[in-house]
Design a protein around this ligand. Sequence first.
Ligand code: NCD
Length: 431
Amino acid sequence: MDSVGPGWGSSVRVGPADVPFSSFAAKGETTMSPTDTVLMTPPTTDSAHRVAALNRNDKPFHVVLAQQFDRNTIEQLCQLADMIRSIGGSRQGTQFLRTMLSHRRAMLYFIQPSTRTFLSFTASCQIVGMPYNEVRDRSTSSEVKGESEDDTIRTFSQYFDLIIMRHPAEGFAEHVANMLNESTRAIPVINAGSGKDQHPTQALLDIYTLMRSFGEESGGESRAPAEPGAVGEPRTSVRAISGSPNGTRAIQPGARFHRNLFAGKTIAFVGDLKRGRTVRSLTYLLCRYPGVRLVFVSPPELRIGEDILDYVSRHGIEFEISDDVRSQLGEFDAVYMTRMQDEWDLNGESKSIAYDRYAINYEMAREFKPNLVIMHPLPRRHELDPRLDALPQARYWQQVRNGMWMRAAIIASLFNVDTAIRDHYYAYYTY
Ligand code: NCD
């Protein structure tokens, strides 16, 4: 449940956060892509009611809003992702995981471009054995014959047990979840990106990456044994209780996730924060961690939304608004880079923004903290120099792979096979 309420303390607002937003809003920018045919407005009811409608028994039934995830749920998912990763490292483990959801089917309805999110969902369906089908282009569906999108989705719900959807309209995934709740076949909906608003599964894989990176002393991102099966790693079979499958000490998934690894850390978000949905969703999750400090670095025209800043304030999280990456680079423990989201431009307005100032390059690396964590949801453009890829601080390719394990964990949890996976892990992967 969303825990907004008294007792959260007050925020520190530094910088010109109250300055009115960009000229885009003044030009009447809508929440829609120019290609949209329907107008969906996000529900205006308060967050707790929205969250309650998407949850069952106090846990997510649909995955639509990052606000659905409390700290315990986040940490359970990270732990489960680590377990699936370990189990998935051997042939026997992979075969076990594939039995988990072989009796269910998923529909991937992706009518916005996607490489990583789409492919990681297909890979994660394969990990848990779930057959899937896809519609990625409306022109191949009966929508061209005039069928409404609601009817299209209700049709999916008759054939499949899960809908994973990416859609240009904010609020549409939530509308679908609420519509299916009222239908005769209420199946879960996963929001794989809703307009400029939210991308909750990206936020979960992002926080998983941050936790693995910050928790390195207890076996995290860089010190963890390479996953068996990776090139150059021996492929070994599952051994019984006395050893981990690849013959090295197993990562103890619980160890690092139950501490507040974010207390005292400064996390910077850089780029187009006005239209980037990943930053919005990750900010909601980070508000579960008291003591974290957030710096929102963007051109003045592309500042993070006031709704997000209000949420951060209500949760007593310290934050700062900045338009300069360089001056504070040496203070950041993590920097989350993003590209210009110019597909949302109405009249090419992004072209007049000096985005080069919101880039990091190899020459700046001398200013990095040794343990800096550089992230990017990808795709990248010039804001993230490929020469940085070789540095230990670059975590964005691990971030991509983490997405596959995290999404497998999310699907497993939605269908309540998480307990079977945990039992299997504790039976065969710990000692
Ligand atoms: C992001 C998205 O689609 O919001 N990509 C992703 O899912 N990894 C970020 C982006 O497109 O810039």
